[in-house]
Design a protein around this ligand. Structure first.
Ligand code: RET
Length: 276
């Protein structure tokens, strides 16, 4: 190993343990991460238990998608709590914390790219949505998360942080449209209208909290501290992931027949197969 690479490695390690120290010295931030690790662990055990008797392939698919939500979550929060996916960013001129070094838990935005599509997959299957609207909802959602990550990570320009925020909101609008306009009608036709209505409301209300928190938190106008912002996201996560997933799984386990009968429109654009 050359002297230069030894120095670079030492610096890299030093900065990672420096981040960890910063996290551990911020009680609010640290507790917001560990509470979620514990809850995700409990949710995984509970959801495995709740799905033990599910047999039909479609209900199983919903179950696995739902189970992946706490599985991604525990990995995400472990990454944050270890400091691996937390950086120290110097905010650009124009930002409320310009020139200051701010702790940025960017791993959150990255891992939403894996967890939120699972939530939408489970909801879309529940509503018996056709494959094109399922594809649209999931890809728009991924677009929302990746551009949200860009907005959080940009340190070159204050304006561009908000431009990316705006692009992310535009992707989000497409997801909201599908959730509020397209899938309720599909769910009604599939006989899952009532549970879909409850979960849709929970999802839409809670998901709206995320961009609001981003704008008010240290990434945005910095009215809220890093610790308070992190607790905000953790609180939303508890409801939008574990409570949501629990309600969905409980219903699916008790109504497997309804779920397994759906699926005729999957891949056929909603048209019934020709009667030949
Ligand atoms: C960001 C900032 C940019 C604008 C928008 C956002 C929306 C985020 C959402 C996140 C939902 C996360 C969930 C996670 C569960 O694992 C990226 C905050 C629109 C809606 C439900």
């Amino acid at each position: 190993m050359t002297a230069a690479s030894t120095t670079a490695t030492t610096l890299l390690q030093a900065s990672q343990s420096e981040v960890l120290q910063e996290i551990q010295s911020n009680f609010l931030l640290n507790s917001s991460l560990w509470v979620n690790i514990a809850l995700a662990g409990l949710a995984i055990l509970l959801f495995v238990f709740m799905g033990r008797d599910i047999e039909s392939s479609r209900a199983k698919l919903i179950w696995v998608a739902t189970l992946l939500v706490p599985l991604v979550s525990i990995s995400s929060y472990a990454g944050l709590a270890s400091g691996l996916t937390v950086g120290i960013l110097e905010m650009p001129a124009g930002h409320a914390l310009a020139g200051q070094e701010v702790l940025s838990p960017w791993g959150r935005y990255l891992t939403w790219t894996f967890s939120t599509p699972m939530i939408l997959l489970a909801l879309g299957l529940l509503a018996d949505a056709d494959i094109s609207s399922l594809f649209t909802a999931i890809t728009m959602d991924i677009g929302m998360c990746v551009t949200g990550l860009a907005a959080a990570l940009i340190t070159s320009s204050h304006l561009l942080r908000w431009v990316f925020y705006g692009i992310s909101c535009a992707f989000f609008l497409a997801v909201l449209y599908i959730l509020l306009v397209e899938w309720p009608a599909d769910a009604q036709a599939a006989g899952t209208g009532e549970i879909f209505g409850t979960l849709k409301l929970l999802t839409v209300v809670l998901w709206l909290g995320y961009p609001i928190l981003w704008a008010l938190g240290s990434e945005g106008v910095a009215l809220l501290s890093v610790g308070v912002t992190s607790w905000g996201y953790s609180g939303l996560d508890i409801l939008a992931k574990y409570v949501f997933a629990f309600l969905l799984l409980r219903w699916v386990a008790a109504n497997e027949g309804t779920v397994s009968q759906a699926g005729a429109s999957f891949g056929s654009g909603g048209a019934a197969p020709a009667d030949d």
